[in-house]
Each structure stands twice: as structure tokens, then as C-alpha cells.
Design a protein around this ligand. Sequence first.
Ligand SMILES: O=C(O)C(=O)CO
Length: 339
Amino acid sequence: MSSRQPRILICGDLVWAHEEARQLFDGLADIVVMDSPNRADFLAGLKTRERYDGIVGIYRHNISADRIGVFDEEIIDALAETGTVKWIAHNGAGYDQIDVFRCAKKGISVSNTPGAVNDATATTALYLVISCLRNYAWGEQSLRQGTFKSVLNPGRAHDVTGRTLGILGLGGIGLRLAHLVHAFPMRVVYYSRNRSANAPEWCEYVDSVEGLCRESDVLSLHVPLRDETVHLVGEKEIRAMKKGSIIVNTARGKVVDEEAMIRALADGHLSSVGLDVYPNEPLVNPRLLEFPQNVLLPHMGTENQDSQRRMEVRALTNLRDFLRDGQGNDLVPELRSKL
Ligand SMILES: O=C(O)C(=O)CO
């Protein structure tokens, strides 16, 4: 019988938290790095019980999808067939690349890293809100193209103070954004499936997505991507917004109907959009580039070393807690009652 320690698999690069990983798993588990160049090799590595034998938990980052694809039914089933893998500690707030319902069926837990991303993602949304209202990014493009501010029109810009921000989804990120914009102050309204017990008294609840759209000068999206949130903001919701309003999206591209959004930009119903996320990343619909007033970022909501270290440590800690105590934190909501 082997006296080998349990093993954990790093699936997607660890960048910042190498030392923390060493400390967290010292005496508890060996760390194995997933080195498969493609999905077939990864599946074979799981099946042959050689390279990936004895893996009990997986640290996962979305970057691993570039090589082995998303954690769909095929991968989850292969993990389950090892008989040893019991926990996937995803690094990221959004876990739409993991079939969590399949995981539930196969007895595999999934955690994410809420909290660790709140500040960075809310700050990115704040930048998009400000830059869209004031046309700052457009101004910089104009300067860099040698036209200083001649293409700008103050008639297209607004003060931030006094505008109404609609927050769709008052979780950790939405709430952090609410506090940030309250400093101006902006008026803040929100919609969530349930009223939030954490909502400050100046944060007004609206009881439907359409109602939220009607109230908002700027609508900022903070819901996870699930079947029921695909195109949650569609033609009807966009047309319920005031003429000249703005959509900001740091959540997931598919939460908005992109075609409906582009139509509304083209006929001037929306004055601009501020986006960090797109339906088919890394592809960006070229039509979005036709509107110089749009502020478009390459999904960099958490791209800074402080947040990324925090996210890596949080995901690794969830895995460590599972190994040490039999139960990690941050279990995703879909699995809380199922396992
Ligand atoms: O945490 C996530 O899900 C992200 O998209 C990081 O930007």
C-alpha cells in the first residue's frame, strides 16, 4: 500500500501565491501541476491513473480552458471516475465554465472566490461609469490621434453627481460599487431576486429588471451567468431605459443581448456602453468599435497583482480547508443544498 500523501492538481497557472501554496499544503498534500497540452491528453492522464493519480482536489483557473476546455460533463465525469477527486476550488467569482449540476450529481464540490474580487471588479465598473458619462476614454483617443478635443461634444457628456445608477444584482461587487458611487453622490437603485439585507437605506429597491431599467441613467450588471440570466437585459429592457442612457457590464457578456444593445447604440437610444466582458471572448464584435464613445476593456476587471494574489490564496485556502477539515468555504450556491 502506498504511503503517498494526497495530491492536488493546479489546473491553470498559479502566478502569485507559490509561497502561500507551499505553506498551505505543507504536510497535507503534494502539489502537481497540470501539464497536458490538450483535452485528450488530460483525459488520458486521468484515465491511466499515472500522471494524475491520487488527485483529491483541483485548483482551477479559467486560463486552463485554453488547453483543456471548460469543465463540462466529459471532464467532470472523468474526474468522478478517478474515485478520488472531491473538490474543485475555482479561482474567480464567475464559475460559468464549470457544469456545477454535473458536479452535484457526481458528488464533487465546487467553490469560487467571492469577496476576493469585489473591490477590483467594482473599481472597474466605476471607471466605466465615469468614463462613459464624461467621455474620458473618447477624449484620450482624440488626443492620441492628434485631434486634441475637437471631436468631443460636451453636449454628449454629463456630471456623475446626481445621476441614477441602477445596479442589477446587489451581491458583493454590486454593493461595493454602490458604496463607491454614493461618494459623489449618485442616486442608487437596485434589483436582486430578493431584497438585500445588506443594502444601505439610501439604496432603493426596485421590484423588476424592467423597472430598474426605467429608473437608471446608467445600468451596471452584477449577476452571474446562468441559464436564467442569459439575455436578462434584452430588447424590452433596453427600450425601457431612458433615451441617452448607458449600460456598463463587468459581469458576463451573455447577460446582455448584444445585438439589441448594438441596435440601440446605432439609433441613439443608448448613448454609450462600458464593457469589460463579451459573449465570445476573446472575440469582440467589431460593431462595438464603430462607436468611439464606447469604453471597451479586455476583461481586466481583476487584473492587478493584489486582487489576483488574494484570489489565488482564497481558492487554495478553500482546497486546504477541505483537505484538513473535510469542508471548504465558498461552496457555490447551486451546491449548498445538494451535496
Ligand atoms: O472573477 C471572475 O469571474 C472574473 O471574471 C474576473 O474578472
